[in-house]
Ligand binder design. Structure first.
Ligand code: ADP
Length: 185
């Protein structure tokens, strides 16, 4: 978990490689569908470009479909999901049905000022449609309102690993690996 621009996608890839599990990014799935103009893509394009969240039911269905694929059997890493309390409850229920559970919830923490800078920088490099200043502000607001509260839920569950997301990609990755290693029984 982490605010927009906190480095979720980058570090999710590193984490998934380390544990040999697939990284499942809801944002990537949506962008892929938008690019290919699928029915799902057409449905979510305007929502994402405005910086709002895709409806829970739609997002949950996509995640459930993806988790049922055989490469997820040994484990998986979710990037950008859950983002609402509704999605948290959905995931809890889904995992319970599978007799599975989360091992950890990693939250990347970065100063909000630095985040806007990073996102504007990414806008120039990657040209993502939702990386313009107005949408960035909206995404920050939505994150603070809907997603930040999930951190205390996962903290109460004893799953939260809060990682300082400032510094280079390598530094953050190492910090995250070290903190996860400390949790190992
Ligand atoms: P970032 O966190 O950097 O903004 P993501 O790639 O994780 O980027 O997500 C991009 C957009 O996709 C979000 O702003 C939102 O509109 C949509 N999205 C991704 N994951 C979810 C989710 N779990 N629930 C609802 N909408 C989502």
């Amino acid at each position: 978990m982490g605010a927009p621009g906190a480095g979720k996608g980058t570090q999710a890839g590193a984490l998934a490689d380390r544990y040999g599990v697939p990284a499942i990014s809801t944002g990537d799935i949506f962008r892929h569908n938008i690019k290919n103009e699928t029915p799902l893509g057409l449905k979510v394009k305007a929502i994402i470009e405005a910086g709002d969240y895709v409806p829970d039911e739609t997002t949950e269905e996509i995640v459930a479909d993806r988790l049922r694929e055989p490469d997820c059997a040994p484990g998986f890493l979710l990037d950008g999901f859950p983002r609402t309390m509704h999605q948290v409850r959905f995931l809890d229920r889904y995992l319970a049905e599978q007799g599975a559970a989360l091992d950890a919830v990693v939250s990347l923490h970065v100063d909000p000022e630095a985040l806007v800078e990073r996102l504007l920088d990414r806008a120039q490099k990657e040209g993502r449609a939702d990386d313009n200043e107005e949408t960035i502000r909206r995404r920050m607001e939505v994150y603070a309102g809907q997603t930040a509260p999930l951190l205390s839920y996962y903290e109460d569950e004893g799953l939260l690993v809060e990682v300082d997301g400032t510094g280079s990609v390598d530094e953050v990755r190492q910090r995250m690996f070290d903190q996860l290693d400390e949790r190992r029984p």
